[in-house]
Design a binder for this molecule. Structure first.
Ligand code: APR
Length: 300
């Protein structure tokens, strides 16, 4: 009897376990199934979210690109003053080049006819010095301006400091010191190797090579293009020029009425009334840096 009871209890106990086992497994399967469904939903929503984010980003970038304002054009007319802080003398300041030399002796076709050696030597000295100097803050500020504006430089300078600083668009009105050309055919222009151009250095036509410089009394071939550029300016900037030498000094008259004009120069204002002119009486380095940051601030 006792055995039987024990046995039965044992059986009951055993059956109890056995009976409850399928219920437990069913529950576990259901939970697993629910978890599986939940995982599926979460994965589905996450992937939807990621796809939406990617599409949204693409749309925003595309839209931004499309709606980007066209770049404003800044035309910059530079003179000797922009290179002064690099150590190159200006022409008409006190201590300037034309105090030591007579223009008529070194910078005219007549001077070339009279004394080629003197003219060659004058430009050789300028060229030699150019290899010893570096661009300054003003040149670099104009390069920086290119990040936000279409910058076009018209320079009266014959040095290559704008190019060496990294400016992309530089038009030389008065020639280039590091180039030479044939004295019988002005289309034959060459890069000079080194600083010295010697008597007897000849072009392919056998003629003496001369500096690739526009001398006083010679036509300034780049003026029509420079006038057109000046006319296309949204902002006009003049740096370090006495505006004494024409036709370059007349370029400002091609600027469209209403265009803001800035003149950076530490000297006295040497021009008459120019409508829309803001005179920044500072050296090129500090003045140009300030103006560039102002223009950038207004632009953004
Ligand atoms: N920063 C800015 N401007 C300066 C600085 C400086 N650190 N130092 C001097 N200047 C200014 C002077 O006040 C002056 O107004 O630079 C100007 C230099 O004037 P010029 O010597 O007349 O030089 P520029 O106007 O370039 O001459 C025009 O004349 O002899 C020809 O062909 C040559 O291209 C040259 C042309």
């Amino acid at each position: 009897m006792v055995d039987c009871i024990i046995h039965n209890e044992g059986l009951q106990g055993y059956d109890g376990i056995r009976q409850s086992y399928p219920i437990c497994r069913k529950k576990t399967n259901r939970i697993r199934y629910l978890l599986f469904l939940l995982k599926g939903f979460v994965l589905y929503y996450l992937s939807c979210l990621i796809i939406r984010l990617v599409l949204w980003r693409r749309f925003v970038v595309k839209h931004k690109k499309k709606s980007k304002m066209p770049e404003k054009r800044v035309v910059v007319l530079t003179g000797a003053g922009v290179s002064a802080e690099s150590g190159i003398k200006t022409f008409r300041d006190s201590g300037g080049l034309w105090e030591d030399y007579d223009i008529m002796d070194v910078a005219t076709p007549e001077a070339w006819e009279r004394n080629q050696e003197l003219v060659l030597d004058f430009y050789n000295q300028r060229r030699k010095q150019l290899y010893e100097v570096e661009p300054n803050d003003a040149h670099y500020a104009l390069v920086d301006l290119e990040k936000d504006f279409d910058v076009q430089i018209i320079t009266q300078n014959v040095d290559d400091l704008h190019e060496r600083a990294g400016s992309s668009n530089v038009m030389h009105l008065h020639g280039e010191l590091k180039k030479v050309r044939s004295s019988v055919d002005e289309r034959l222009v060459y890069d000079l190797d080194g600083w010295e151009l010697k008597p007897g250095d000849r072009c392919e036509k056998g003629a003496q090579l001369r500096p690739h410089i526009v001398w006083f009394g010679e036509p300034v071939d780049m003026i029509p293009a420079a006038a057109e550029l000046s006319n296309s300016a949204d902002i006009y900037v003049i740096i370090g020029t006495s505006l004494n030498v024409y036709p370059a000094a007349g370029l400002v008259s091609y600027v469209r009425p209403g265009t803001p004009i800035y003149l950076i120069d530490p000297g006295e204002l040497s021009v008459g009334h120019i409508p829309g002119l803001t005179f920044i009486r500072e050296k090129a380095g500090t003045g140009t840096k300030k103006l560039v940051s102002e223009l950038k601030k207004d632009h953004t």
